[in-house]
Design a protein around this ligand. Sequence first.
Ligand SMILES: [Zn+2]
Length: 573
Amino acid sequence: MKYILLSFLIGLMFNVSAQIDFLYQNNLSFSYSETIESYKMLDSLYANARLVEIGKSDIGRPIHLFIVSEAGDFSPESLHSKGKAILLINNGIHPGEPCGIDASLKFAEDLLSSEKKLLKNTAVCIIPFYNIGGGLNRSCCSRAMQNGPQEYGFRGNAQNRDLNRDFIKCDSENAKAFTKIYHQWNPEVFVDCHTTNGSDFQYGMSIIATQKDKLNKRVSDYLNNKMLPFLYKDMASKKMEIIPYVYNVDKSPDNGIQDYLETPRYSTGYTTLFNSIGFVTEALKYKKYSERVEQTYAFLHSSITWMNENSSEIIATKQLADADVKQQKTFVISWERDTITHQIIDFKGYEVEEVESAFGKNAKKTIYNHDKPFIKKIKYFNKFNPDIIVEKPIAYIVPQAYKYVVERLRLNQIEMVEIKNDTSITAEVYYIKDYETVKTPYEGHYLHYDLEVIKKIAPIDYYKGDFIVYTNQASNRYIVEALEPQGVDSYFAWNFFDGILQQKEWFSPFSFEDEAIKLLNDDSKLKVEFQNKMKSDENFAKSQWEQLFFIYQRSPYYEKTHNRYPVARLIKW
Ligand SMILES: [Zn+2]
């Protein structure tokens, strides 16, 4: 008896998997420091494991990466050259949703011990704990009515930002570290582990697979015709059936669900720009914590099983897609959901009932009746159509003055050629004609949207040290989505160019009036335009200042750079 107890205790000390099992089965989750200590233990116990630090988080502590590979090879270049398919897993971006943190630890140890065979054609990289600031802010209940664990971290990071809106804009140190990891490893498959709220249903997990129309067609066909059907089937065979993310078109799934469009601010929207297959796992928060960890583990296991058996095809598909993108001429930078086209899918839900509410006669309480499970056919709207399409230029010209933009291009390993001498380049430029801005701050920014632009060809002055970014790169999609101002998550949208939106020089009406009259008399076209405006706009006709401003804006005195987007498009030599 004593011997059994002793071996159990030794097992607990040295077997991380057993510790994790004990923990999550008792509705507990590892803290940040316990997670890192456990990975350190795996690193010291197994030759095929290595824990490294890559960059820092906003709160100053390092972002770790845990690498598991056969024969102790931890070099991405070497592993790629050996034909290993790379799986990158991110955990704890929302630390209140910790099932991936615990599931990944168990997954890592199993890959190092009982499941070594799954590393024959693969290597696995795990970010153990991404949002460390949020992870340190632990409490019992910041996710109202979540079914465990007893304690967990908070959604916002050390600056109270949502890191799953920070990928392309890359404000946080965490996102900068992620960008480094991502490009260093260039994974074929990426999984971001979450827990979801919203409606209740029978499934323990829903998943967001990269939206099919947005993903490179070659990769999308591979994902949707081959890998996804396997994942759904494999999960069902484990009695852990999954469903596409339940994003209701209306109030309940009865009226259909729709694909979630992950734009490049989101993790899988960002990885889509570089042709990785991305998944967001969303374990359902109403299920027991132990079930959520096991579901997440099962999905990771199914993913690596597929990758191990199909490594050559998955690698070749991504390589061909990367080659496609170098040649691709047009890019969609905004999408809209097709409200007609849909598939019919089975949905296993619970009858929704309305019962009396304690909040009085006029209120109703909605319940999902677990005694009345059902399977219904529902509509699944999973088609998105292009909204804005742009043709790529030969190159973009990026002034060095926009150092935060240059920094992000560098982080994303974009090749840039420095201009050697001060010069004037005739190129296509956008003038921002109109745009909307959110009224309250969103993730630390006043995000712009619904942009209207006017294109002009003009000679623009550039200086020694400014950058030419050619669009013959495998990262073209990132380049275009970041630099085209109408892109939903472009650097213009995220306020990196707001300076141009403010006029810097003005005129004094008293000194400008005589000149204004002269300008009108000297330019018959301007005069006709002015007279038409006087006839058609009553308020304009009454305002001397408006009339002077109208002429000023059309005169050589008006600054050419107002509302002119500073990244020009080189369209011919
Ligand atoms: Zn989440």
